[in-house]
Design a protein around this ligand. Structure first.
Ligand code: 13P
Ligand code: SF4
Length: 299
């Protein structure tokens, strides 16, 4: 079937739906989405939208977040098994164990966690507000889950004692110091922008450490015209589309999040036609997972 914007416009109207897509989605999906953004922007948009159905093109924890914030809405994840391997690295049993080990600590969960884990922590954060969130807490000891690289980045910007979990993103972990050394030699005049999920030795050599939408905003207002991008390759499509006169290079080989690439335009169409796959969470999980989010939004 040949898809065009008209088909989606008609379907969205019939279903009172919006399509939102993460910055890492494939170009065709980004192009038919009503909004493209980072985790924080997408959860805000789905919450503020008047639509009753949200088709969330991203990974499961993001769609779950939309459901937690707007339980009255139907939230659809077009591909059932589009998960985030990092989110699956920590379980609720692990949080219960850590709570016993660190009874005085505040527990901060990166948004890349499953809903049952969020339900057991004190506050959530995203890559764009993690430092602010940690510094807002009264506790001096912080258990930061699950990403050890984001935890390290936060630890450089706080006096608090960060107990980091051992999780990581297999995509960002692939960025290597040798790649940064090589590309700096090739493009000495370019600015290096990386996501905080990259390893500490790579972060250290970057000019700016930013969330995916943070990178987009930075590029838009910068008067430079050469940028080296250290995050999942999908962001480069959006950067080029929105900044046609600027130059973008991948930091080393393009790094691909396979789960982000699972959603095709056909899946988005099926999702709208057949209401697939609806995110279902228990009222108990929604109630408890909402608290750390509301606390985050307040700061
Ligand atoms: P952002 O919140 O920066 O979009 O990051 C989400 C993510 O999964 C990064 O790998
Ligand atoms: Fe998860 Fe990494 Fe993919 Fe982001 S890029 S969704 S953290 S696996």
């Amino acid at each position: 079937m040949q898809f065009n914007n008209k088909i989606f416009l008609k379907l969205k109207k019939e279903k009172n739906a919006i399509i939102i897509a993460h910055n890492y989605q494939i170009p065709e999906v980004q192009d038919i989405a009503d909004f493209v953004g980072d985790s924080l922007e997408l959860s805000k948009i789905s919450n503020e939208s008047k639509a009753s159905t949200i088709v969330f093109c991203g990974v499961r924890f993001m769609a779950e977040t939309a459901k937690i914030l707007s339980p009255e809405k139907t939230v659809l994840l077009p591909v059932k098994d589009a998960g985030c391997p990092m989110a699956d690295q920590i379980s609720k049993e692990e949080i219960i164990r850590l709570r016993k080990k660190y009874p005085d600590a505040a527990f901060v969960a990166y948004v890349n966690t499953n809903a049952d884990v969020k339900a057991l922590v004190d506050i959530c954060c995203t890559s764009s507000n993690a430092i602010k969130v940690v510094n807002s807490l009264k506790e001096n000891q912080i258990v930061f889950i699950p990403d050890r690289n984001l935890a390290h980045w936060v630890s450089l910007h706080t006096d608090k004692k960060i107990v980091s979990y051992s999780g990581f993103c297999y995509v960002h972990q692939k960025f290597k110091i040798s790649e940064i050394i090589k590309i700096k030699r090739e493009h000495p005049d370019a600015e290096i922008l990386v996501h905080p999920e990259t390893p500490p030795d790579v972060l250290k050599e970057a000019d700016f450490v930013l969330s995916t939408s943070g990178i987009l905003k930075h590029v838009k207002k910068s008067n430079k015209n050469k940028f080296i991008i250290g995050t999942e390759s999908g962001l480069i499509y959006r950067l080029r589309k929105e900044n046609p006169y600027k130059n973008f290079y991948s930091l080393g080989t393009p790094k691909i999040c396979f789960n982000m690439k699972k959603t095709s335009i056909n899946d988005v169409y099926n999702s709208l036609i057949n209401n697939k796959y609806e995110i279902i969470l228990s009222p108990e999980i929604i109630k408890n997972a909402k608290k750390p989010f509301e606390r985050m939004v307040k700061i």
